[in-house]
Design a protein. Structure first.
Length: 315
């Protein structure tokens, strides 16, 4: 970015700040306030740019030097996805023997991948993590909540995950989450890892996604169920309790996937032994994002679990 563009950026920020200052402030008070805000904004901008630069450097090192031990994993066409699921999606109609909704909660499970393939994927992840250690590269963790695991998009899985979104998640979304407006136009794909000496659980949260695909890859473990506690719109996310009929505990099974709305509140229960690795694909939709936030107003949409309660109580 040129110096001139910096000025434009700074100018726009200043205009935004000054537009909202109380009109009875003296010039001196205004100047002091604006200078302070500007100083911390500049620091933040420098920090963001530094972070962006070091991330670019990290990604380009991986692109240049990392050589996969199982290249076939990176090609969606070579993923041995459950044939029945693929046939169902080709037919374009839901078959509850293949994709099973759990107790009308809006969480759907299906058999997805053979366990042998899941193990090859786990081996590749371990290989990449070791390669990073050997080359002095610090891993980026999947998100602000998980301390272990890796971001798959960082080491070559971007295209393959994009194909999974387009060929699996989006067609499924059209069948089961009809209020989510396609296309699912971006994603964040990562591995979460739990073990007794690492993260054991994940707190109650919603995902930064319209729809999430969660695939259990392994290994041997007990505990670690996925608890769901109701779909909520932005207005009702943190101030409404789950109803009993919304609460489910999903047991993970290696090779099995579940799909749920990003704003379906959930947590991972503590594992009680072993090690669990799951592939998580957060799928986003720019179209849905606007609807999800009610185009900026606070009305509760029909798909919110709390909205349905209000409706029922009205009757
Ligand atoms: O641990 C899991 O299976 C779920 C992880 C999860 O919810 C997330 O990373 O957003
Ligand atoms: Fe999540």
């Amino acid at each position: 970015m040129s110096e001139n563009e910096h000025d434009v950026e700074e100018q726009a920020f200043l205009e935004e700040v000054t537009a909202h200052l109380p009109s009875d402030w003296s010039d001196e008070r205004r100047n002091t306030y604006v200078q302070n805000v500007l100083t911390s904004w500049r620091k933040h901008r420098t920090h963001s740019r530094d972070e962006l630069q070091s991330r670019e450097k990290y990604l380009s090192t991986i692109r240049q030097y990392f050589k996969s031990q199982s290249p076939e994993l990176y090609d969606f066409k070579q993923w041995p996805i459950n044939e029945n699921l693929l046939a169902m999606l080709a037919r374009g109609s839901l078959d509850s023997d293949i994709v099973n909704q759990i107790q009308s909660t809006g969480v759907y499970t299906f058999s997805f991948l053979p366990t042998t393939f899941c193990q090859t994927l786990i081996n590749e992840i371990a290989y990449f993590e070791q390669w990073c250690v050997d080359n002095g590269l610090e891993l980026y963790r999947p998100n602000s909540m998980n301390k272990y695991g890796v971001i798959l998009d960082h080491f070559g899985f971007d295209k393959c995950l994009n194909d999974i979104v387009n060929n699996i998640v989006e067609p499924l979304t059209r069948l089961v989450f009809t209020h989510v407006i396609p296309p699912l136009d971006s994603h964040h794909g990562f591995i979460v890892e739990y073990a007794m000496d690492k993260d054991r659980k994940l707190d109650f949260h919603v995902d930064d996604a319209a729809v999430t695909l969660n695939v259990c890859l392994g290994t041997d473990f007990t505990g670690g169920q996925l608890y769901f506690g109701g779909v909520r719109c932005v207005s009702h996310i943190s101030n409404t309790k789950p109803r009993t009929d919304e609460e489910i505990y999903l047991e993970h099974q290696v090779g099995t996937a579940c799909i749920h709305l990003g704003n379906h509140r959930h947590r991972a229960m503590p594992i009680t032994s072993g090690r669990r690795l799951n592939l998580i694909l957060w799928c986003r939709s720019a179209n849905f994002y606007a609807v999800e936030n009610n185009h900026g107003n606070n009305t509760c949409p029909t798909w919110c679990g709390f909205h349905q309660i209000e409706k029922k109580e009205d009757i």
